[in-house]
Design a protein around this ligand. Structure first.
Ligand code: HAM
Length: 415
């Protein structure tokens, strides 16, 4: 075994699983395009400040999980733990505010120093969608409709649930926060270490603590829905009415708060029961203050990101992403192999999926072609005069017919 292994929490996406990732990205990208989203790619590292300011100092992603280093120029750099902050930084630094509303799609690796387990990696992949510059709750509905369409196109709709909640606007959140702190303070000594710290800095995160004792304590905590002002209540009602109108099923989860600090109003997660503790496969919400936090003009934002590693786990490696069988070109002899390579090249240049076999004897090559599901193969035989004989083999019937190369190429290309 090699002395070098991949770093803990990272993995090689070998061809069998990589093809599933690609299928997921392609499906998501095609669907997003139908919804008018355009693709953007931002760097995988940013100045650390970008994440500290946007995700919040107290979020786990920033306080415990970042890959941060000082580069040779002395700048503090962080590998992106998520995509929204970079997209919003780009929105501000590229002056995109004049083009709102903007609908953006992205795909790429993210990095979080989390404890690795099934469905949780230190380098993982997200695709995401962000709508910038639309205040209407219908923008939230369109975003959720896109997420639901992708999940349906991946044939996963039966296997996940949309959980949704509202955090309200600042006024509602402040009122709720005060009520929550009032309720939790008498339990302070019984709370877990993390929750004790959060009680002062970010008490709403205690609602989604995984600690069993914390869970018991928050069971009777006041509910956000009782602290919403009229504007926030209407916003949430409009989102829910939109979902109902579009036939998107949801459940309200009043304990759903999300781990990043930039959210307001709508928050949601598509969850599954099939991946153990890592149940969220796609999550997001509204972040109306974020553009301003990063120095841009007041601009609304709403979006989500999906965990591709988790979606791939659900789709499974057996997903048939290339149902087309190859045309195989099978050579008998060294010179015939060069000729076969030339034939394969011309077919591939006509956009045909074509396989050629460079090792093994003729019989072995035919066996390999058969194993790949080949229906038609071009057989190339060397002749004593230096020329070649060509046959078209039909794997279904076993029939082999000698013909000119031209005619054989015509037959395989037109089928
Ligand atoms: P998030 O909930 O932190 O939100 O991550 C989104 C999704 O990424 C999760 O639902 C999960 O499927 C996947 N994920 C997160 N961490 C890991 C990990 N360590 N290993 C594998 N998968 C993981 C965000 O990142 C926000 N930027 C989403 C958003 C976009 N909100 C508004 N716009």
């Amino acid at each position: 075994m090699s002395k070098y292994q991949s770093v803990r929490g990272t993995r090689d996406l070998l061809p069998e699983i990589k093809q599933v990732f690609r299928h997921i990205d392609e499906t998501a990208y095609k669907t997003a395009r139908n919804y008018g989203f355009k693709e953007i790619e931002t760097p995988i590292f940013e100045f650390s400040e970008v994440f500290h300011r946007s995700l919040g100092e107290t979020s786990d992603a920033v306080s415990k999980e970042t890959y941060t280093f000082t580069d040779r120029g002395g700048d503090s750099i962080t590998l992106r733990p998520e995509g929204t902050a970079g997209v919003v930084r780009s929105f501000v630094s590229e002056g995109l505010a004049q083009h709102i509303p903007l609908k953006l799609y992205y795909y790429g690796p993210m990095f979080r120093y989390e404890r690795p387990q099934k469905g949780r990696y230190r380098q993982f992949y997200q695709f995401g969608a962000e709508t910038l510059g639309l205040e209407s709750p219908l923008a939230d509905v369109e975003c959720l409709d896109l997420a639901w369409a992708i999940i349906k196109n991946l044939k996963l709709s039966e296997r996940c649930t949309l959980e949704i909640n509202t955090l309200g606007d600042m006024e509602s959140r402040n009122a709720y926060r005060a009520a929550l702190v009032g309720y939790l303070t008498p339990f302070k000594e019984q709370l877990s270490h993390d929750s004790k710290l959060r009680l002062e800095k970010n008490p709403m995160r205690i609602l989604d603590s995984k600690d069993e004792n914390d869970k018991k304590i928050v069971m009777d905590a006041p509910l956000m829905q009782n602290y919403l002002n009229q504007t926030s209540q209407k916003f949430f009602d409009d989102v829910l009415a939109g979902l109902t109108k579009l036939g998107i099923p949801y459940v309200i989860n009043s304990k759903l708060v999300r781990g990043l600090d930039y959210y307001c109003h709508t928050v949601f997660e598509f969850t599954t029961t099939e991946l153990g503790a890592q149940s969220a496969i796609l999550s997001g919400g509204r972040y109306d203050g974020l553009v301003e936090i990063l120095g841009g003009p007041k601009t609304s934002g709403v979006g989500w990101a999906a965990g591709v590693d988790r979606l791939a786990e659900l789709c499974g490696p057996s997903l048939d992403t290339n149902p087309q069988p190859p045309i195989s070109v099978v050579a008998n002899g060294e010179n015939a192999l060069t000729e076969a390579l030339k034939i394969a090249s011309s077919l591939r240049n006509q956009n045909k999926y074509c396989e050629i076999f460079m090792s093994g004897n003729f019989k072995k090559k035919l066996e390999k072609a058969n194993k790949l599901g080949t229906e038609k193969a071009i057989l190339v035989f060397e002749q004593e005069n230096g020329g070649f004989e060509y046959k078209l083999k039909n794997f279904k019937t076993g029939e082999e017919l000698t013909n000119s190369l031209e005619k054989i190429l015509y037959q395989v290309s037109s089928s």
